[in-house]
Design a protein around this ligand. Structure first.
Ligand code: ZN
Ligand code: ZN
Length: 325
């Protein structure tokens, strides 16, 4: 596909925007602002409220609010797709708000005291189904002439981007906000665990254990009654393993994911907030999900890790939220 604005070529025919210059690419019967397909006879986009082009002879219709109807499908599951440079509508999973118990029960295997259980409320949001990939991040580097992060020789494209600091991840978010007009940010720690669990209360969204057919980690270690598997020793392309019930890939394993929140050992409320973005705020930020390198205990939904925002690492990437109006 060739962008009519900057004339550059990119692979995703159905992308919502040109990944180089940000030009919005309209799709028939879809909202030009957010890409959501219009409901039949809708006058407005039911996701972002942007007016729909007028349909001839159509009568006024009430817009169905997807967050209050369709209770039966908690989270939307789409078919697998490799996230390319640009993002298509199907790359986002709608995460319905709700209440859940964050943390792990005291009898959970390999848990830490920092995982104190407490009840949390979540608002609805959209989450990228996979970690941000090298393809997505490299486009941003090209535009801004930023040195591309190292891939450790494992390959780029659809593998999750690694070797980026917290500040790098925020830079990507603010670029994407600018080119698309979408409200893009990192997940709070609370949102991350809610999305990872997808309604489950077991150590993993896969149940009492996890196998190396379900996620990328050091499968030569076994969790509970699980089976011994393999160690891949590197990242795998995003989206290769089965998604959780809410359609999210690689929440367990592959790369640790930067969260927006500051880390506090005692869950004092910081987990529900994005950290202050001042450059002198060097407090450690939360990492979640475990990586290709870790033993299965680190992949648990409640497992927590932290890293100083200046640091980057070959086990750490990130995932992005798109806010719903
Ligand atoms: Zn362009
Ligand atoms: Zn819209």
């Amino acid at each position: 596909m060739i962008c009519s604005s900057c004339s550059r070529t990119f692979p995703a025919e159905d992308s919502l925007f040109c990944p180089y210059c940000g030009k919005k690419l309209e799709k028939e019967n879809c909202c030009a602002d957010c890409g959501k397909p219009y409901l039949p006879h809708a006058n407005f986009c039911d996701r972002c409220g942007a007016p729909a082009p007028e349909e001839e002879g159509s009568a006024q219709q009430t817009i169905i609010d997807p967050l209050n109807n369709g209770e039966s499908h908690h989270g939307e599951v789409y078919s697998t797709r490799e996230v390319a440079l640009g993002i298509v509508y199907e790359d986002w999973a709608l995460i319905h708000g709700g209440e859940f118990v964050m943390g792990s029960p005291e009898d959970e295997l390999y848990r830490f005291d920092s995982e104190r259980q407490h009840r949390v409320q979540i608002n609805s949001f959209e989450l990228l189904k996979t970690p941000v990939t090298f393809a997505m991040y490299d486009a941003y580097c090209d535009v801004h002439d930023i040195t591309k992060p190292k891939d450790e020789g494992w390959g780029r494209d659809s593998r999750p981007v690694i070797n980026i600091s917290y500040w790098d991840a925020l830079g990507y978010c603010s670029w994407l906000r600018k080119v698309t007009g979408w409200q893009i940010r990192l997940t709070t720690e609370t949102e991350w665990e809610y999305a990872c669990r997808a309604g489950s209360v077991t150590p993993f969204s896969t149940g009492e254990s996890i196998s190396s057919d379900q996620a990328n980690f050091d499968g030569t270690y076994v969790y509970g009654k699980g089976e011994r598997g393999i160690r891949r020793g590197m990242t795998t392309p995003a989206g290769q393993f089965p998604p959780n019930l809410w359609g999210l890939y690689d929440m367990h394993g592959n790369v640790w994911e930067w969260c927006a929140s500051e880390y506090a050992d005692d869950y004092n409320g910081l987990e529900q907030l994005s950290a202050c973005k001042a450059a002198d705020n060097q407090n450690p930020r939360v990492l979640r999900g475990g990586s290709w390198y870790n033993v299965p205990g680190s992949l648990r939904s409640a497992s927590r890790n932290k890293l100083a925002p200046d640091l980057h690492f070959l086990k750490v990437g990130f995932r992005i939220v798109r806010e719903i109006k």
